[in-house]
Design a protein around this ligand. Structure first.
Ligand code: N7H
Length: 512
């Protein structure tokens, strides 16, 4: 097996993948953990990631290594979650505040850094750890660590709580109280295939960090069961269209956006913002806890079927849902499959992203026959609507995971959510103002985007500060017909903006 180690702490990184296999006893002392780190541990035989057919495969280690060396990208120095996408099986978000900065820095260097999973490690089952660990810091976290450099991102510097009105949230009333304000200093992301593995790793990390941190809040995510793996709670397959990254994605799929590495990674080609040198190869992580009102959404679809000759009422309801998202539940885009789901198309990554909303003989700026302007995927990636070739400035790497239980029989019967479920939304970018923040406030929430003069706030992920949203274009037989949404089926429970530093930044700057 080829295994290129050009990173900053290669021996530690190699060993880190295997350490968590044996380190499971919660009683073990920190020094015992340190002692075991040098030992070669059994490797995984099964990936910790999921890989639904419809999502593009990750590049092989060999292909990514070749692409990375041509682009001078160091995949050993980039935390593993940034470029991987929505392929986690189980993931715990552990939000913390730093109680004792001096002690935390020492533990970060000695105990946490060796456990942090790199991009290289995640690309091959044989080098994946039992539980992957990544870490990111908020602005208040960097301040707590006495880092005074400005990272060149105003949204990050202010924190997400400050941004809530701009994002369309109806004030902080729905926010998880721990997200309100700036008391969260950082988040650790634990990912594995089993809950036991995650729980063991959390226990080990808590033991190592001791009183240097305080747990503020946790959110447990999990891929949905069985054939729903990769589908979010409304039932739609997710994680199909993430950008191909120059220097990482060896073979972009047809229709996949190709962006410079600097769109996602700070300090790389295409990131023109002045930054401190240590920030290179970090990425801004946007976290949002987005609750989904699934029974209410389903009732809305049942109550408002699109009436078309040849469609049953159920098919009309399915069509409405597909037009709100821009894809069918299988992942097939409505632009290519306008009336009925096409699961074969949906499952084929060489075809399921190969469209632009442009159709010969029709005018792009008025044509909603195949896909409404308000469709979630058109509002968040307008493709040819803006320009041909496609703009490359406003792209994010989505890396979230569903949280919460499946809809229960009583909830379905009552058409009412009783237990919270949703999407632990994670997006990486080199500039929040160009990425998530722009997408949410300038595109999704804006009734004049993408072709001004009609009303089409995104019926799906758009927000109007809690006020009703009037959406047009959903009915293919009458684009002007308004549908008023009085319920937000996606409710923001808040979140925070973080920075995911490179491993060398942790070693040389954040932990000293
Ligand atoms: Fe979306 N969903 O699972 O239903 N999203 N999204 N998203 N989203 C996409 O193409 C979903 C949210 C983007 O390249 C799909 O991978 C849900 C926010 C972008 O064509 C599905 C929530 C933002 C894309 C969903 C949610 C975005 C995208 C189609 C909230 C940014 C790619 C599958 C609970 C502000 C567009 C796919 C492209 C696709 C879902 C939120 C952004 C099914 C449930 C807040 C950029």
């Amino acid at each position: 097996m080829k295994f290129s180690i050009r990173g900053v702490i290669p021996t530690v990184v190699l060993a880190a993948g295997f350490v968590s296999a044996l380190v499971s006893s919660r009683q073990e002392s920190t020094s015992a953990l340190k002692h075991r780190r040098g030992t070669l541990q059994p490797r995984r035989t099964k990936s910790l990631l999921i890989n639904p057919d419809a999502q593009p495969d990750l590049p092989s280690l060999e292909a990514a290594t070749t692409a990375a060396s041509a682009a001078y990208l160091n995949l050993d120095d980039i935390q593993g979650d940034v470029l991987i996408g929505m392929k986690k099986n189980k993931e715990l978000f552990y939000f913390f505040s730093i109680a004792n900065a001096t002690e935390f820095k020492a533990k970060l260097a000695s105990d946490i850094l060796p456990l942090i999973t790199t991009t290289t490690q995640l690309l091959s089952v044989s080098t994946q750890p039992i539980t992957a660990l990544n870490i990111a810091f908020s602005q208040s976290g960097l301040t707590a660590l006495s880092i005074t450099d400005a990272l060149g991102d105003p949204a990050f510097a202010a924190g997400q709580f400050y941004d809530l009105a701009n994002l369309g949230d109806p004030g902080p009333k729905n926010w998880v109280k721990q997200f309100a304000g700036t008391r969260i200093h950082g988040v650790m992301l634990f990912a594995s295939d089993t809950q036991v593995n995650i729980d063991n790793e959390v226990a080990d990390v808590e033991l190592a960090l001791g009183d240097s941190i305080t747990k503020v809040y946790t959110l447990q995510g999990a891929a949905r069961p069985g054939s729903e793996a990769g589908h979010e709670h409304f039932g739609f397959l997710d994680g199909i269209s993430n950008p191909a990254i120059d220097g990482f994605t060896a073979s972009p799929m047809p229709g996949q956006a190709v962006v410079a590495s600097g769109s996602i990674l700070v300090g790389e080609a295409g990131d023109y913002v002045p930054r401190p040198a240590w920030a290179k190869d970090g990425s801004f992580l946007v976290f949002r806890q987005l609750a989904q009102l699934v029974p209410e959404f389903n009732k809305f679809l049942t109550d408002n079927p699109i009436i078309e000759p040849g469609l049953t009422l159920q098919e009309g309801s399915d069509l409405l849902g597909a037009r709100m998202v821009g894809r069918w539940k299988s992942g097939a885009p409505v632009d290519l499959a306008p009336l009925f789901d096409d699961p074969v198309l949906g499952a084929d990554p060489t075809q399921n992203n190969d469209f632009t909303f442009e159709h010969p003989g029709s005018i792009l700026a008025i044509n909603q026959t195949s896909c409404p302007f308000s469709a979630h995927i058109r509002k968040t990636r307008p493709r040819a609507d803006l320009s041909t070739p496609e703009e490359t400035e406003h792209h994010i790497m989505r890396a979230g995971i569903p949280y919460g239980p499946e809809v229960g029989k009583r909830e379905a019967a009552a058409n009412t959510t009783k237990t919270e479920r949703g999407l632990a939304f994670v997006a990486y970018q080199s500039n929040i103002g160009n990425g998530f923040q722009f997408m949410q406030s300038v595109w999704a929430n804006n009734p004049d985007f993408v072709h001004p003069g009609q009303t089409y706030i995104s019926g799906f992920s758009g927000a109007n500060a809690g006020a009703p949203r009037v959406v047009t274009g959903l009915d293919p037989t009458d684009f002007t017909k308004p549908i008023t949404l009085t319920t937000d089926f996606v409710v923001s429970r808040g979140g925070e903006y973080f920075f995911t530093p490179s491993l060398s930044a942790i070693a040389d700057t954040l932990s000293v």
